[in-house]
Ligand binder design. Structure first.
Ligand code: NAP
Length: 250
């Protein structure tokens, strides 16, 4: 894909899927703003990898569940590069527990980080994209938001919310040259899934028709396609990247 001249923000891109997306968009020519919430080293590291590819990159620490911090992330991008063309809502957390034991705090934090952030970041970039009459918004949902999963009522609700949100906003902005889509990964090999114990991991692999976990790069390639000019007529869609898991699940 040729993304030269495009400016992208990828939330939660210090590691895992977000990092792979940031590197892939840069590889395809985009300027990439890298973000996460913890210490600066991971995002500075990803930004340095991007600059080594002779692309522009900036690392911005911001909690994407906080309106003032999202505003800082988007305004820093626009004041440095003059535009924002691509938003990838990737940041996410899990706080797993069966519903009868789930605390209100764990419910609230997952909804804030995984769903409210998508509202805040999308609203903040749309103002600029509507003036430009071009934009690509891609949010990372999950097969769990479609099929449900025991122990993940908070996460599944947030991820299902992203799907309704994306389908709605897609209709609101389609006439402005802006597409809004979601990608639903299955089980991808990152720190999030490395926390699973080996027995549970093997059970999951046994249910995936492709016979293995996906890689962050599998998701990144799909994001890159949806950000391209070639994907201009695809909007309001949820694309599964799951080795056939969802089809097998139903
Ligand atoms: P990960 O390895 O846990 O990385 C998550 C990233 O999000 C980290 O960089 C983290 O920053 C950042 N983050 C967390 N809270 C944030 C906040 N409030 N503000 C800004 N950044 C924040 O996760 P992953 O496996 O790459 O998953 C990425 C996305 O894909 C998530 O939305 C996840 O739900 C989704 N997904 C993953 C899988 C999978 O199998 N891995 C499957 C389906 C969907 P820190 O490092 O600073 O905490």
């Amino acid at each position: 894909m040729d993304l030269s001249g495009r400016v992208a923000i990828v939330t939660g891109s210090g590691r895992g899927i977000g990092r792979a997306i940031a590197l892939k968009l840069a590889e395809d020519g985009a300027t990439v703003v890298v973000n996460d919430i913890g210490s600066p080293e991971p995002i500075e590291g990803v930004a340095a990898e991007i600059r080594a590819m002779k692309r522009q990159s900036l690392a911005v620490l911001a909690d994407v569940s906080s309106a003032p911090e999202v505003s800082k992330l988007v305004e820093t991008t626009v004041s440095k590069y003059g535009q924002v063309d691509i938003l990838v809502n990737n940041a996410g957390i899990v706080r797993d527990q069966l519903l009868v034991r789930m605390s209100e705090a764990d419910w609230d934090r997952v909804i804030e980080v995984d769903l409210k952030s998508v509202f805040l970041c999308t609203a903040a970039v749309l103002r600029h994209m509507m003036k430009q009459r071009w934009g690509r918004i891609i949010s990372i949902t999950s097969v769990v938001g479609i099929a449900g999963n025991p122990g993940q009522a908070n996460y599944a609700s947030a991820k299902a919310g992203i799907i309704g949100f994306s389908r709605t906003v897609a209709k609101e902005v389609a006439s402005r040259g802006i597409t809004v889509n979601a990608i639903a990964p299955g089980f991808i090999d990152t720190e999030m899934t490395q926390r699973l114990d080996e027995k549970h991991r093997q059970e999951i692999v046994g249910r995936i028709p492709a016979g293995c976990l996906g890689t962050p790069r599998d998701v990144a390639e799909t994001v890159a396609f949806l950000t391209s000019d070639e994907a201009k007529y695809i909007t309001g869609q949820v694309l599964s990247v799951d080795g056939g898991l969802l089809g097998a699940w139903w």
